[in-house]
Design a protein around this ligand. Structure first.
Ligand code: SF4
Ligand code: SF4
Length: 294
């Protein structure tokens, strides 16, 4: 089983459209949407059914208040360093769960045992059926920050599915940026496809992502999207990629077909199979499939 993560260093490079096209072209992959802060691959892949009930994603702890036990002494509010507890106009403690960091101090100081610490549900994990095979995706709850942990859970579920169904490829839509969720998307994969844009910021992002790949020992591949907006910079990106040991998979020109396909809930290769961009994506996929042997 091979695992390939598509990353970009930042959002808006077309990364998700690339993953959707690869899922379409590979025909037999499990897709893991690890952009858990803003998962959107399902908008293109259009899940037709949930394979099972959503799984709760547990992470960290939070305080729970039993108002019937509270006598309004205010000790918890004075002790909470995160401003999550206040004494309200009725003289009772009120808890704002979005501010609670789960430190447990209030539980220790409450003389009435009105506060307890429980494991928090920080999001949900879904396994859906799409026209290209299973899609595993997560949704982080509002104000929750354990996205790296949720990414790890999404990937673990994708591996389990691929093993059960004998699928040879896991395609991972990585998170934008360089933080914890990206590291969780990259660790242990066979290859990283970096979708880059020919801008100064794109060059900077590419260098940072290449360093990240090198740190984690992941073989990098580079694709320049919208290359024709700045051909000199596109060349520079490819040169920088090669100097870091990356293989250049190809270039894709600027086109509105990406947006139109997304609006219609289709991959670019489905929506406009005869277009130049569809042939460019097929060529990129061909090269990648040969390189990772899938
Ligand atoms: S667990 Fe900590 S952060 Fe949460 S309400 Fe209690 S004291 Fe405040
Ligand atoms: S410490 Fe306990 S009893 Fe006192 S205000 Fe807080 S919850 Fe109520």
């Amino acid at each position: 089983m091979k695992q390939v993560t598509v990353i970009s260093g930042k959002g808006g490079t077309g990364k998700t459209s690339f993953v959707a096209a690869f899922a379409n072209l590979s025909g037999a992959s499990v897709v893991a949407d690890c952009d858990v802060d803003a998962a959107n691959l399902h908008l293109i892949l259009g899940p037709v059914a949930q394979r099972a009930e959503p799984e709760a994603f547990k992470s960290g702890y939070g305080a729970v208040l039993d108002p019937d036990r509270c006598r309004g002494c205010g000790q918890c509010a004075r002790a909470c360093r995160f401003g999550a507890l206040r004494i309200d106009e009725r003289g009772k403690a009120g808890l704002n769960p979005l501010l609670c960091e789960g430190c447990g101090v209030c539980v220790d100081v409450c003389p009435r045992n009105a506060l307890t610490l429980v494991e928090k549900t920080a999001g949900e994990l879904f396994v859906s059926e799409t026209r290209f095979g299973p899609l595993v995706h997560g949704r982080l709850g509002i104000g929750q920050s354990a996205s790296g942990k949720l990414v790890a859970q999404v990937r673990a579920r994708a591996r389990e599915l691929a093993g059960d169904e004998g699928r040879q490829l896991i395609l991972v839509d990585g998170s934008p940026g360089l933080g914890c969720p990206v590291i969780a998307s990259l660790s242990g994969v066979d290859a990283a496809v970096i979708v880059s844009e020919p801008t100064v910021a794109g060059l900077h992002d590419l260098e940072r992502v290449l360093r990240l790949c090198s740190h984690f020992g992941v073989k990098p591949f580079v694709v320049v999207n919208k290359w024709d907006l700045n051909p000199e910079m596109a060349e520079r990106l490819e040169k920088v990629g090669r100097s870091h040991g990356a293989e250049v998979l190809g270039r894709v020109g600027f086109t509105r077909v990406f947006t139109e396909a997304m609006i219609h809930g289709r991959t670019v290769v489905e929506y406009a199979p005869e277009s130049a961009v569809a042939s460019e994506l097929r060529a990129v996929w061909q090269k990648l499939a040969e390189a990772v042997q899938v």
